[in-house]
Write a protein that binds this ligand. Structure first.
Ligand SMILES: Cc1ncc(COP(=O)(O)O)c(C=O)c1O
Length: 375
């Protein structure tokens, strides 16, 4: 019998470069490469989950989510109606369902260079065309406004942003945001903003794009803010319920609804008690960041680190070939991410995630110090 042929849309997608790198690492390698907050999930969350399980009535929810959770999300953003929210199975599904709902094959989607790697692949899976605009590595990854403007044409349908950014850990300035929003409004472009790292700010909470006027959809979730990556809770929210309607339809046929237990638990996570624990996570990340910055200042002061405003990533200007360096660090037992994976402007940079316990973090930094022969 002949083997079954895979669909073209899947054969065109290569195994992610990230995975290929991880596969090479020794089993006991320190992993500062993952995009995860590797702290335990707060107890009030896990205890709430146990209560729900004991109640024994684990069922479907409405497609757009439990009304009480929708209300917690609208309260978080200070907006009015449950119709403005669709609860999803993590932010990843929110990105997929949003793009699925708005782009036709051949439509162009603007994304930053560098940005979160999944965007390109999802756009490709949906037949869209990725168009990159530069964040300039020579000026702290600020928006290159001319480049951005020149990339807009009659086929541009969506701008997909990440604020704060994975991998840089920085946010667009107020004037950059105003510029971006006004350009998109002028050109009738839908803005989708992934704000999954918003609660992990260092000093000042970034504004949400929901405060701006335009065709805007915001995506977020609890994976990063509450160390809940395995619970799979995300959402899509907009001031305009008409923008949410098609996403609820897509989401219904992708997964029916987000997991019931996780949705119940998410209500707790967004309560004032849950947000207190969230703040502890944020402060712990801040302490880890200070530790890494001090270590670099003391031992590796010739290497510059981009001044991030949000955890958990440091973007480090290694100035050499990032792929070569990362391979060598992996051989020495440390995983970090090469910057080019996030776009060509990330070449010569590496991304380090400091959201691990302090012992592991210290071990990881020690491997870097040994590599540079400063200890
Ligand atoms: C920018 C960005 N968006 C979305 C996700 C996926 O989040 P979730 O676990 O909620 O699907 C990640 C995970 O690394 C991310 O970095």
């Amino acid at each position: 019998m002949k083997p079954i042929e895979y669909a073209d849309r899947i054969t065109s997608i290569e195994k992610s470069e990230l995975r290929q790198l991880f596969d090479k690492a020794p089993a006991d390698a320190i992993n500062l490469g993952l995009g995860e907050i590797q702290f335990p999930t707060p107890k009030i969350i896990t205890e709430r989950a146990i209560d729900i399980i004991k109640q024994g009535n684990i069922r479907y929810t409405p497609n757009a989510g439990l009304p009480e959770l929708q209300k917690s999300i609208t309260d978080y953003y200070n907006i009015q109606l449950n119709e403005n929210v669709c609860v999803t199975t993590g932010a990843e599904e929110a990105i997929f369902a949003s793009l699925f709902s708005f782009i036709n094959p051949g439509d162009e989607v603007l994304i930053a260079n560098p940005t979160y790697i999944a965007y390109k692949t999802i756009i490709k899976m949906l037949g869209g065309v990725t168009v990159e605009f530069d964040l300039d590595p020579l000026s702290n990854f600020k928006l290159d406004r001319n480049h951005f403007t020149n990339k807009i044409n009659s086929k541009t349908k969506v701008l997909l942003l990440n604020n704060p950014s994975n991998p840089t850990g920085t946010c667009f300035s107020k004037s950059e945001i105003d510029f971006i929003v006004s350009k998109c409004n002028e050109n009738n472009i839908l803005i989708i903003v992934d704000e999954i790292y918003r609660e992990l700010y260092i000093d000042n909470k970034p504004i949400t794009f929901l405060n701006k006027t335009g065709k805007i959809i915001v995506i977020s979730g609890l994976s990063k803010s509450h160390c809940m990556s395995g619970w799979r809770v995300g959402w899509v929210v907009s001031n305009d319920p008409e923008l949410i309607k098609p996403i609820i339809i897509s989401h219904q046929y992708i997964c029916t609804c987000a997991p019931y237990i996780s949705q119940e638990v998410a209500i707790k996570a967004l309560s004032s008690e849950g947000m207190k624990d969230q703040n502890k996570i944020r402060l712990e990340l801040k302490t880890n960041r200070e530790f890494v910055l001090k270590q670099f200042e003391q031992y590796l002061s010739h290497i510059s680190i981009l001044n991030n405003t949000s955890s958990p990533y440091l973007f480090i200007n290694v100035k050499v070939d990032d792929m070569v360096l990362v391979n060598e660090l992996i051989e020495n037992g440390l995983i970090v991410m090469p910057g080019r994976i996030f776009g060509s402007n990330g070449k010569h940079w590496i991304r380090l995630n400091y959201a691990v316990d302090k012992k592991k973090l210290a071990k990881g930094i020690r491997i870097i110090k040994k590599y540079y022969k400063v200890i």
